[in-house]
Every structure is written in C-alpha cells, then in structure tokens.
Ligand binder design. Structure first.
Ligand code: NAP
Length: 269
C-alpha cells in the first residue's frame, strides 16, 4: 500500500483465497504459466507444473517453495497417456485437482503458403489437442472438487480476428475458445466453470520476444495497443486469480480480454 493506494503488484485478494485448492498448470515452468503459478501459491494454492522440460520444471517448483506447495510433472500435452499420468500423480500427491490452467502452447511466425503441414499440425496438436487432453484427463477430478472445478485456458483475440503469419496458432486458439464454451455448458451441471483469458502482448515473455522483438516489430505492436504499452505477466496472472477465485463463482463460458484495448483499436481504426 502506497499513500493509501493499492500498488499494481500487491496481492489482489485475501492471502488465503485459494487455500486448499490444487492447480495443474501446463507450461507452468516459464513465462505466463510460471507467473500464474506464483500468484496462486501466494494465495494459498498448491500447484503442479506440467510441460516437457523436467529440469526447468524442477527449478521452478523449487523457487515456488518446494514440494509442499509445488511439484513438477513432466508431460507432453500432445500425448494423452502422459497427461493422464501427470494428472494422476498430481492428485496422488496433493489429494485433489481443483483448477486446470491450459497455458502450454507453441507458435512461430510463418506465412500460410510457406507453412508445412507438419508445422500446422504441431501447433494445433500442442494448443488445441493438448487442451482437450488436459480437460478430458482432469474432468473426473474437477467434478469431485469440493468448491467446484475450474478450467482456465490462455488464448488470444487473434483467434477471432485471424492472425496473418500465424494461421496455425489462431485456428488452434479459436478451437480452444469453442471447446471452452461447449464444456462450460456440458460440465456446468458438474459445478465446473470453464473460461478463457485473451492476453495482448505481454512484456518479458517468449511470445513477445519471438513474434515481435526478434522481428523488430515491438514499437509497432505497442502503438497498436489502445493503452500504448505492453502488459505485464502480473496483469494476466491477476485475471487468472480472479477467475479461479470464489469472486468469479457465477462466471463461466467467458473470455476475459486483458489486452490494453488492442483488439478494439485494431477494429476501429
Ligand atoms: P512460453 O514461456 O514459451 O510458454 C509456453 C510453455 O508451453 C512453455 O513452458 C513450454 O514448456 C510449454 N510447452 C510447449 N510445448 C509443450 C508441449 N508439447 N507439452 C507441454 N508443454 C509444452 O510462452 P508465454 O509467452 O508465456 O505464453 C504462454 C501462453 O500465453 C501461451 O498459451 C500463449 O499462446 C499465450 N499468450 C501469450 C502472449 C504473450 O504476449 N506472451 C499473448 C497472448 C497469448 P516446455 O518447453 O518445458 O514444454
């Protein structure tokens, strides 16, 4: 608290908001996934980090406070048996699975005419099929969550507008939006809420480095945002915290846009 004003990086909610909750976060060892994991832990949750690079996951779990609050579960989300196994390990270790964050993704810039079928398939496989695999494997446990299950998937508004140079990622993320809305209805009676978050360009992430900075488009991208700046990882984690918390108890099937007004500026100019 500074001069009676809440600073942007202070905890948004009471410290025990997520106490007793177990979150399975794909791609939880880096970037946005790691920031979401970190904020969940600060609010009392225990987290399971799942992705391919075991070493990076172990290091991240250790930084988050070690095996009492965070464990690494290596899995390739494209491989259903591996996902299933990771989910089972998580439940065995922490006793439940209450929140699933589908954050793992692959992306690279490539005009569609030059995109190989293999490149297309790989991105759709990680983003869309991986999200389906995780939702499917987690369902029976989310259904048993004492406070209701929660699925949050990280997409982008480029899924709706189309994304020249990244048709594979845009199509995959649009698929996730559709899947999420279907599951919100199918699994609503099981008290599972299903939402998506659409971040804009977020500073200090692999996504922005690869898609904008490496291609010398960072300034142009900043100008395309209504607020004129990149977001922070914390901005996205705050949205995930809200959706995972009881403060969003009646919110399902929603796509929470955290993009500094980029998509509106894009369509109005
Ligand atoms: P990132 O650090 O590269 O995160 C991607 C994560 O996915 C990595 O931890 C990676 O870990 C994991 N992953 C990749 N392939 C996988 C696979 N086959 N199986 C399991 N895990 C896999 O990127 P980020 O920028 O933080 O992006 C995180 C999410 O936000 C993505 O869904 C992205 O589309 C979305 N997003 C980002 C931005 C942005 O500005 N950064 C904007 C809009 C949306 P391993 O290498 O260990 O597998």
């Amino acid at each position: 608290m500074m001069n009676g004003k809440l600073a942007h990086d202070e905890p948004m909610l009471p410290a025990d908001t997520l106490r007793g909750q177990v979150a399975f976060i794909t791609g939880g060892g880096t970037g946005l996934g790691l920031e979401i994991a970190s904020q969940f832990v600060k609010l009392g949750a225990r987290v399971v980090l799942a992705s391919r690079n075991a070493e990076r996951l172990e290091a991240a779990a250790k930084d988050l406070g070690g095996s009492d609050v965070a464990i690494a579960c290596p899995a390739d989300v494209r491989n259903y048996p591996e996902v299933r196994n990771a989910v089972e390990i998580a439940v065995k270790r922490f006793g439940s699975l209450d929140i699933l964050v589908n954050n793992a993704a692959g992306n690279f810039f490539c005009p569609t005419a030059e995109l190989s079928p293999n490149g297309w398939r790989t991105v759709v496989d990680i983003d869309l099929n991986g999200t389906f695999h995780c939702c499917h494997a987690a369902y029976e446990f989310l259904k048993r969550s004492k406070d209701g299950g929660n699925i949050i998937s990280i997409i982008t508004m480029n899924a709706l507008s189309g994304w020249p140079g990244a048709a594979h990622a845009a199509a995959a993320k649009a698929g996730i939006l559709s899947l999420s809305r279907t599951l919100a209805v199918e699994w609503g009676p099981d008290n599972i809420r299903v939402n998506t978050i659409s971040p804009g360009p977020i500073a200090d992430t692999e996504g922005v480095r690869r898609l904008y900075e490496e291609r010398a488009r960072a300034d142009l991208e900043r100008r395309r945002v209504a607020l004129g700046r990149f977001g922070s990882k914390r901005d996205v984690a705050n949205a995930a915290v809200y959706l995972a918390s009881p403060f969003a108890n009646y919110v399902t099937g929603e796509n929470l846009v955290v993009d500094g007004g980029r998509w509106l500026k894009f369509v109005t100019q």
